[in-house]
Design a protein around this ligand. Structure first.
Ligand SMILES: Cc1cc2nc3c(=O)[nH]c(=O)nc-3n(C[C@H](O)[C@H](O)[C@H](O)COP(=O)(O)OP(=O)(O)OC[C@H]3O[C@@H](n4cnc5c(N)ncnc54)[C@H](O)[C@@H]3O)c2cc1C
Length: 412
């Protein structure tokens, strides 16, 4: 096998975009894209939003047209899991027993939703949300008059709650923290999301956990909380976070630490193996640290860098400011930057939290680490510039809507 070509494991957004980027860079040998789902690569954000609400057709979620793969010489092997990586022989082992040789390998295996570790969580109507199939099942559960319990008030849990209310389904959200999204947003901004959901008649049970799920004939009928409450239900949706799918990397002896550890060119500890998307813990030059980002924009953009790295470009380096978005009811928001839960010392708000039209900034020693625009548009580029600049800014000017954000970069 003189030129075995490049292999990508994981046919999600990152895998599909990597194949596209390799062709864009002029790579003209074989590309094999291996995916264990039956569908061709698709985008997941609509699965908890417009697709879940029945407002977007299935055809709108796919990354490429069905013909795109053959047209670009990408051998898409769907419904097929990679079960091992033989680094010595440079081969990927498939569930079918077949082996595919690689010259360079990209791991784009994404992440998988965590299971709820309580008795009864194996009931048929306890659902998690990752795939389009999961979204279809949840949509079936969101009927007028039905009762669902959402476990976890993170982004996905809250988006599902919003979709449920749009379907006139009664929703209880259970969250162990005292506020939704507390870890990400902190005590000043998280109440905005609590208020939003309460206004839409979501029953928020905060500061409490799930003790067990009561089943009848294999179906969940009641959720028992640690505070003693019992909530009747027709379905339970679990949204308590996701874990990177690192099994293959670990078994192959690559460096793994809550994600496959890669440098800024997205190269693992083996220079012939790269990783991108949810599964990668990449060194971020701007932050000077390794971070793992479970967001759409990261899976969309990192593959271009991975492709250049795989092709040996010494300048390949991924340093975009992390970005994500959410839509819940009439609230749309974009967030840029990266902070650890206690990694800031000040929150500055420009606009009005009450009317939910504002930009919030998280600062450390006068520098903007992250910013979130809520129902205020065409400002995220400027927020990203502020984060990227690392400049100290005057908090009063930051809070003042009359001062253009772009004018704050480079000011003392
Ligand atoms: C419901 C939902 C809503 C979201 N909404 C937003 C949002 O609003 N904004 C935002 O920024 N982000 C959002 N995200 C996150 C975003 O979708 C992810 O960051 C993105 O999908 C990551 O892409 P990926 O290609 O790295 O991984 P994935 O999309 O997980 O793709 C990985 C693929 O690899 C496959 N795979 C894994 N192991 C193997 C193997 N051994 N063999 C073969 N195939 C394998 C998986 O089955 C999967 O198909 C959302 C995610 C979900 C689930």
């Amino acid at each position: 096998m003189a030129h075995p070509g490049f292999v990508i494991i994981g046919a999600g957004l990152a895998g599909a975009k990597a194949a596209e980027a390799l062709r864009h860079e002029g790579f003209d040998r074989g590309i094999t894209l291996i995916g264990d789902e039956p569908d061709r690569p698709y985008e997941r954000p609509p699965l908890s939003k417009e697709y879940l609400q029945g407002k977007a057709d299935r055809e709108t979620i796919f990354v490429h047209r069905p013909e795109w793969y053959a047209e670009h010489g990408v051998d898409l092997r769907s419904n097929l899991a990679a079960t091992g990586i033989d680094r010595e022989r440079r081969e990927v082992v498939l569930g079918s027993g077949e082996r595919v040789g690689y010259e360079k390998l990209l791991l784009a295996t994404g992440s998988a939703p965590r299971r709820l570790p309580v008795p009864g969580a194996d009931a048929a109507n306890v659902l998690r949300l990752r795939s389009v199939h999961d979204s279809d099942r949840i949509r079936d559960a969101l009927r007028s008059g039905a009762r669902v319990v959402v476990i976890g008030a993170g982004w996905i849990g809250l988006e599902v709650a919003a979709a449920a209310r749009a379907a006139d389904t009664a929703v209880t959200v259970v969250e162990t923290a005292e506020l939704p999204l507390l870890r990400v947003l902190g005590t000043r901004i998280a109440p905005v999301f609590a208020e939003l959901h309460r206004e839409h008649e979501v029953d928020l049970r905060l500061g409490t956990g799930v003790e067990r799920i009561v089943q009848q004939d294999g179906r969940a009928t009641e959720v028992h909380l640690t505070d003693g409450a019992r909530i009747g239900c027709d379905a339970v949706i679990v949204g308590i976070g996701a874990a990177p799918r690192t099994e293959l990397a670990t078994a192959a002896g690559l460096e793994v630490s809550d994600g496959v550890v890669v440098d800024s060119a997205l190269r693992t500890s083996d220079p012939d193996v790269h990783a991108a998307g949810d599964v990668a813990r990449a060194f971020h030059p701007l932050l000077g640290a390794h971070i793992r980002v479970e967001h759409w924009a990261n899976a969309l953009d990192q593959p271009a860098t991975a492709a250049r790295g795989m092709l040996g470009d010494p300048l390949a380096s991924y340093d975009r400011v992390p970005y994500f978005f959410t839509d819940q009811y009439d609230l749309g928001m974009e967030y840029a930057g990266h902070i650890e839960p206690d990694g800031y010392d000040e929150v500055v708000v420009r606009g009005d939290l009450g009317t939910r039209e504002f930009i919030a900034f998280w600062l450390s020693q006068g520098r903007v680490l992250a910013g979130m625009n809520v129902n205020v548009w065409d400002v995220n580029e400027a927020v990203q510039q502020l984060v990227r600049s690392g400049d100290q800014v005057d908090p009063a000017a930051l809070a003042d809507p009359a001062v253009p954000l772009t004018g704050l970069v480079g000011t003392p």
